[in-house]
Design a protein. Sequence first.
Length: 101
Amino acid sequence: MIYVTAPDREAALSLARTLVGERLAACANVLDGATSVYWWEGKVCEDSEAVLICKTRADLAESVVKRVRELHSYACPCVVVLPIEGGNPAYLEWIGTETGG
């Protein structure tokens, strides 16, 4: 699973459409309305963002990270890979099928 933040809903949807369309992710959820508080260039910032959660195979994680970095508008986008340790076997199989695994 890949956790990504984006500046707004449209940017997150654009990333989601590309990643799913290229079969790098089987599904991507866009959660709008997040508020992020973070350090950037020596000061604390606070901004509205959208969160993108992508479901994919472990062997595609680095490709997803690379693609998000290519497409993202941020100089240093949040792209974090989180392992899926279990779940509904049929859903996990579906992720593999939809990403060519």
